[in-house]
Design a protein around this ligand. Structure first.
Ligand SMILES: [Zn+2]
Length: 180
């Protein structure tokens, strides 16, 4: 659901959601607490994703790879607050939209997407691509149902996000027909 008033308030173009590359999501109803993130903030995931995450993390650890949680579930409200904080800090809305989906459009609303970090690289930067953790994820994450939707030149128009892994599948016919 697009909140027209909210979009106008934040300066998000009214036709943002008309782009078929941008599916909408609602807040997950069923969530489970997982470990706190790298700055000690409690995090939640959808129960099945929480289970996959724990298994993936343990398997990676056996291979000597440390996977750390940066961000799991984020509500539409939290996404809105994030936009307001960035705008208040002087960021342009166009720049924000290249790295953050508009409220109602983030995979994090579903509790089935996670941002992952590893010791030795700065969280939420392209540096993550150079880590042993990224190489491991590229080879093994699919076994746990995770894919990386925001690769280089991704069909969604987002910047390269090697840290963002999700269990969401492309759902609509329109999304599925996009050539990645
Ligand atoms: Zn993410």
């Amino acid at each position: 659901m697009i909140d027209k008033e909210l979009f106008a308030d934040l300066g998000i173009p009214a036709d943002y959601g008309r782009d078929p590359r941008r599916p909408t999501y609602t807040d997950a109803a069923d969530l489970e607490e997982v470990e706190p993130n790298i700055v000690g903030k409690p995090q939640r995931l959808a129960p099945s994703t929480a289970q996959s995450w724990r298994q993936m993390k343990q398997t990676a650890a056996l291979a000597g790879v440390e996977l750390l949680l940066v961000s799991g579930f984020r509500s539409i409200r939290q996404q809105t607050d994030l936009f307001r904080q960035k705008l208040a800090a002087g960021r342009e809305i166009e720049a924000i939209l290249r790295v953050n989906a508009a409220p109602g459009f983030s995979e994090h609303h579903t509790g089935r997407a996670i941002d992952i970090a590893t010791p030795g690289t700065r969280p939420l930067t392209a540096e993550f691509e150079t880590s042993k953790a990224f190489v491991w994820l590229t080879a093994n994450a699919a076994t746990f149902g995770f894919t990386m939707p925001y690769g280089r030149d991704n069909a969604f128009g987002f910047e390269f996000e090697p840290w963002h892994w999700s269990q969401l599948k492309l759902r609509s016919k329109r999304s599925a027909s996009i050539q990645v």
